[in-house]
Design a protein. Structure first.
Lengths: 229, 229
DNA sequence: CGTAGGGTTGAGGTTAATCAAGTATGGTGG
DNA sequence: CCACCATACTTGATTAACCTCAACCCTACG
């Protein structure tokens, strides 16, 4: 018995706060779709005629180079939306998206949603806020890739993740890698080998303790102190 | 005698196509501001209470690391808008902006513009399209920084610039660096030394000819052919 | 058990940053 | 008009971060 679609929408960052009427109008457009682990949601260049909301599971958005290197742009959790921008721009997805585990998405088709937007400034403002958040995230990613080394990128990533879930990072905080180290490495703009060595180094310095996918922060201050050499 | 502000607005990517009524309502909010070469438009962390349109001159948006390294995110020309996203999100600019030459901007204050947006879906849709374009640009930047070497980044940058100005890149095409090589180097995610060597190498390979700030493409096909080794 | 996937470790190579000089270029004042 | 200076750019030598390749380990699971 699937939860009512309008309820699901109301729990997304994009649509939370909208009146029930709007929610049910949007719900009427939504299509539920399921994906297996590793299944493609879309590929770069595919015709884009709508956007997605994560109901359950997880999705990675990434770029591939011709020689097969991968850069993860975003890791998506339930409640987040993605590919919104494609409905206002060109007709093609600018990156790949793939399910990280069995995943349920809502697909919102472009045409009817755009019509809804035109008579619904409140929804439009929510969409503007959402795109602005994406912009901020990408700006941070550029900053990290261009100006920081792998260690700093990792530390800042964890700090940001903890902040997002309301548990600021201090001594004793535990971060559990939700997606596998190879995926996280790609999100950090590096390869598994380098990421592994980075964790090892931090552990040897006594700043963290790594147990499988669990990372316990031992000296939060030292994590941030060192990079500024 | 400055051109009528509404006319200027109508010539921006963001507001072109709007009816005169909307344009004059927006024009009523706009404030003209002038900046000298090298003058800061805003600094990262400054309270953001509006966004900007370039009337004349040029602006660079960039990130600075603690140790002074710079990554240029965007280079703006007349007709372009920037920092729109800040009016929907947090209160602070996420990067620095600086005039590259004597520059005239229009500043649109946040509050009254948001009110205008709420009753004006057409303007909101234009804004959504604009943010989507920014998203695309940043995605491309991440792709370039993460997955390509300096030479490819340069080649793709020139190709994209020529495309934007309607002169597709072919043998004989001339690209004139509009901002100085150091600024372009930073936009490409490298330093002047490396950029200089990259140009030298391409020239020695007979693919381009560099004369000051003018770059003549000699063998367009070869420019794209080689990177895929 | 045996294998596959995920992760780690080691050795070596590569790209590009850094450091340090040197060479235009252009504007300014004498 | 020239000497001067600042700025922009180039060139060379060295270094550092990180990637690549290859082997290995380990745990889960059939």
């Amino acid at each position: 018995m699937p939860a009512d679609v309008a309820d699901v929408l109301g729990r997304t960052a994009l649509f939370s706060g909208l009146p029930p009427g709007d929610l049910s109008r949007i719900a009427a457009l939504a299509v539920r779709r399921r994906f297996a682990r590793r299944e493609a949601v879309f590929r770069e260049g595919d015709r884009a005629d709508g956007f997605f909301l994560v109901v359950s599971g997880g999705v990675k958005i990434f770029k591939l180079s011709e020689d097969g290197k991968e850069q993860v742009l975003h890791l998506l959790e339930p409640g987040q939306s993605f590919a919104e921008a494609t409905i206002f721009e060109g007709g093609a997805f600018p990156a790949d998206a793939e399910a990280l585990e069995p995943t349920e998405l809502l697909f919102i088709p472009k045409r009817p949603f755009l019509e809804l937007l035109e008579r619904n400034p409140k929804v439009a403002l929510g969409m503007l806020a959402s795109l602005s958040r994406w912009l901020k995230r990408l700006t941070d990613l550029v900053e990290n890739l261009a100006l920081r080394d792998v260690e700093s990128r990792f530390v800042l990533f964890v700090a940001e993740e903890m902040r997002r879930r309301g548990t600021p990072l201090r001594d004793g905080t535990v971060y559990e890698i939700p997606v596998g180290k190879a995926v996280l490495a790609s999100r950090l703009g590096t390869v598994p080998e380098t990421f592994s060595r980075t964790l090892k180094k931090l552990q040897e310095e006594g700043k963290i303790r790594v147990t499988g996918n669990r990372i316990r922060v031992l000296k939060a201050a030292a994590l941030f102190g060192n990079p500024v050499r």
